[in-house]
Design a protein around this ligand. Sequence first.
Ligand SMILES: Cc1ncc(COP(=O)(O)O)c(C=O)c1O
Length: 591
Amino acid sequence: MVPSKIYRGGRKTPQVDPDEIVHHLQALHPRHPPSQVPGGAGSHLTAFSTPYASQRDIPKYRIPHDGAPADTVYEMLKDELDLDGRPNLNLASFVDTYLDDRARRLMAENMPKNLADNDEYPAMLAISHRCVSMLAHLWGVQKGEQAVGSPTVGSSEAVMLGGLAMKRRWQERRREKGLDALRPNILMGANAQVALLKFARYFDVEARVLPVSKESRYVLDPKRVREKVDENTIGVFVILGSTYTGHYEPVEEIARLLDDMQKEKGIDVPIHVDAASGGFVAPFTHVGTAGQKWNFELPRVVSINTSGHKYGLVTPGLGWIVWRDQSVLSRDLVFQLDYLGGTEESYTLNFSRPGAHVVVQYYNLIHLGFSGYREVAENCLANARVLSQSLEATGWYTCVSDIHRRRAAASGPARGKRSGGDDGKETEEDEEETSAAYHPGLPVVSFRLSDDFRARYPRVSQETISLLLRARQWIVPNYFLPPGENETEILRCVIRVNMSFDLLDRLVADVVEVTESLMRREEEEGKAEAKEEGRGRVDVLGLLREQHLRRKPMVKTGKGKERFRQVAEEAKEKVEETRGRMKEGIHRTVC
Ligand SMILES: Cc1ncc(COP(=O)(O)O)c(C=O)c1O
């Protein structure tokens, strides 16, 4: 029971001694003796009252009966989360980890706003419409078309919506013609991100996953598309920026091929472009898609998605889907919501979702403008080129990505003037080389150990390189390329906005040091083994032969057997000695 004393004294001058209360309550709690914290720091009254109370388990799987002080829980969580990787050194992810101060402020101020509450947050809704409009124009929406779109929680939701719209449209057309709509299929490359496969499985569409090859640059091969399209194909997912290698898939080539198929067979197959990363990269870079069309300029492209939280430069929780025109979005997917006396349309999978992210997206679009996004994309590509070229300069690595390789014919300003706006007008001199001189793609460096290196150091594994880099805080994943090329393992670095040149310097130094340490280790192991093998085999056999020849007379005299045994013993000892030294050597190199 709490002593009545603590209620004495009224509101003005409470006659309360906090220490007394704490001690009293702790005494009532037999499993929780008074704090032993040095210096007599006051303690809280719960199972995990201080960060020092390490003898108590923190509830993990069932909600505790009583809560715990915010400060303590905060500290404990912070400590546990220290086990996570550092976001800015996480080169495995395309997802943005950086916000400037103003963006953070807007994020915090708008955090409580739910994007689903249109009535309550009309300004946010208007901002969201403006973002959709900007993206539709950035992606080449055509005159007379009425683009529609929506924010989503990421590209995954957006891809599902794009896929669903294609499925509904296909079903409606089939039914109009009196045909069955029972076996829809969708085409995608084996390099497709899991979200695309999820769409197929969750929405009962057969996924026709087409193998990739070195010749198709590890992305969707148009030839295979032609082979697999039929009357039940609801559409083709074409990826602008493969998650594996950053290569762009040939949207225009696939569109032309589908145009031909429509002429030949009367099958009209639309394209949804998954521009999760490329949607905020390709439109801004000088190289673009190297003159190839990829967006709404192609009539066959009905919808495009992107992740605002990748190169859109918003932290996780935002994607976008845009359809080129209302007519390609089945009315069956659109829900009418009453809104301020009017009607607002909803066609997302999620209802409630963060609104602050949309605000930050708009902030970025206005604050950076076309030229700001261009600078970010160009810087990322330039840094990715430096990393690629540095890796290849060692001779130990080969890049699977191509953005550092020069193109034969450059279309944009490879060097010199830089265009400053979406009107294409030149605004300033820039003597730096631009991406126009190089192959298009995402700022991604996918690399592997070179054939020469593998031949010389067959025991060095890429996985170990990834693990040793992790020990230095870098997160550089190592994984296999998609089916068709899945014998090849790649290490991959995604270069994002906060991968500064200085940091890149450190990364290159660390990759070199880690690789050298593995080379040294293999060399020392090799030497030690050679010694062991040499001593073990040559010494024993040589010794035996030598001794046998020398002692020939002994054999004759009948003492040969004994001498043979002695020589064998001597040889064995020498082998053991060598083996011991080898162990020591290995041990040292591991340290
Ligand atoms: C090509 C591609 N599509 C879809 C996705 C899924 O995007 P999100 O994580 O925004 O849901 C990714 C994620 O990396 C991706 O790279």
